[in-house]
Ligand binder design. Structure first.
Ligand code: NAD
Ligand code: GLY
Length: 364
């Protein structure tokens, strides 16, 4: 097992990465402060892993809540279900919520932990690659609104993140690819060496090679932990973690949540950001081609959906947490491994990218 630390003073916490960790009762109980535990999971993950995880909390006051699957369930109504369960079972302020699942379960459960009695403990047990490399770390919690992705939420750091590489074996190939989008993101924004390693190892990762996956999770978490430690509340450098996300969130909201996976939308968004960066004169053609090639080899889209026209995309992109005084600020690339947040791009160039980087409609 490897352990990293998210260094946030009194709110610092460990990220444990290894195989078989959901059976490690000592590890799973180490960060509990009380005796009440609610495991929140979903209908896909529950039959696979709930019983095993629940064993770790035997003898405590343990409850479980199984949510519907999918991005479409990341709503205020589901969030309220978690709060109602906590109230019904008379959970107190020493209770802990354990999120067993992907980013959707993690984000809903985290938001409930942030709000219940003004904040209770949260333990993240991420079961998708995307959640292990990104969403379980850093304390962003949220639910979606029909008008905008992740628009209602709070910062609430977990007490621990326990990433069991073994559970990734049951993940659908499309979900593995979606997780790889966020790993590629770290390479692009701050870790050119990781990007080059991904170019060498992308097929191993897609094939589920546990050693390669563990390395990717550790490297991604190391990057994320450093960024979060430097800028917990996203007043500066943390915004770089949103490379491709302004485009991606617009795709997710515009198509209807769940139509494209988050990682797929981010992948297409990163390609759009690369093309806009090239139009700024910051990236060269060969770099853009390298980025698109890796994203394609990861099994991810390099273009936006045909169904979303550029004007609608632009409207949706204006509902973004980086918007300042009505201006859409975008994460752009100066090079592979170097990113910046910029409002200083040419608006016609953005419109051109949205038009040119849209997939061709399917032939009738
Ligand atoms: P997800 O939670 O929907 O999981 C993807 C699918 O895999 C689901 O069907 C799920 O039931 C299934 N699944 C989960 N674990 C499995 C396993 N071990 N075996 C088989 N199936 C399994 O999606 P995701 O990609 O994990 O997360 C996407 C969400 O994360 C989005 O809502 C996104 O906004 C959010 N996100 C949040 C942050 C953050 O910082 N909080 C960062 C990135 C993404
Ligand atoms: N996924 C973006 C962030 O955690 O800041």
């Amino acid at each position: 097992m490897r352990t990293l630390t998210v260094d946030l003073g009194v709110r610092s916490y460990p990220i444990h990465i290894g195989s078989g960790l959901i059976d490690d009762a000592e590890l799973l109980r180490a960060s509990l402060r009380g005796r009440q535990v609610l495991i929140v999971t979903n209908e896909v993950v529950a039959p696979l892993y709930l019983e095993r995880l629940a064993r770790a909390y035997a003898g405590l006051e343990l409850r479980t809540l199984v949510l519907a699957d999918g991005e479409a369930s990341k709503t205020l109504a589901t969030f309220e279900r978690v709060l109602s369960a906590l109230l019904e079972w008379r959970f107190d302020r020493q209770a802990a919520l354990v999120a067993l699942g992907g980013g959707v379960v993690g984000d809903i459960t985290g938001f409930a932990a942030a709000c219940y009695q003004r904040g209770i403990d949260l333990i993240q047990v991420p079961t998708t690659l995307l959640a292990q490399v990104d969403s379980s770390v850093g304390g962003k919690t949220a639910v979606n609104h029909p008008a905008g992705k992740n628009m209602i939420g709070a910062f609430h750091q977990p007490r621990a993140v326990i990433a069991d590489i073994g559970v990734l074996a049951t993940l659908a190939p499309r979900e593995v690819s979606a997780g790889l989008a966020e790993v590629i993101k770290y390479g692009l924004i701050r870790d050119a060496e990781l990007f080059a390693w991904l170019e060498e190892n992308i097929e191993r990762l897609r094939a589920g090679d546990a050693t390669a996956l563990a390395l990717a999770v550790e490297r991604a978490c190391r990057n994320k932990a450093e960024v979060v430690a430097a800028d917990e509340r996203e007043s500066g450098v943390r915004a770089l973690l949103n490379l491709g996300h302004t485009f991606g969130h617009a795709i997710e909201a515009g198509l209807g949540y769940g139509e494209w996976l988050h990682g797929e939308a981010v992948a297409a968004g990163m390609c759009m950001a690369a093309h806009l960066s090239a139009r700024q004169g910051w990236l060269g053609g060969p770099e853009v081609a390298r980025i698109e090639r890796l994203i394609e080899r990861a099994g991810l889209p390099t273009r936006g959906p045909a169904a979303l026209d550029p004007a609608h995309m632009l409207e949706l992109m204006a509902v973004d947490k980086k918007v300042r005084h009505g201006h859409i600020r975008l994460v752009l690339l100066r090079a592979i491994g170097t990113a910046c947040v910029s409002a200083d791009y040419d608006p016609p160039a953005l419109r051109a990218v949205l038009t040119e980087r849209r997939a061709a409609p399917a032939a009738a």
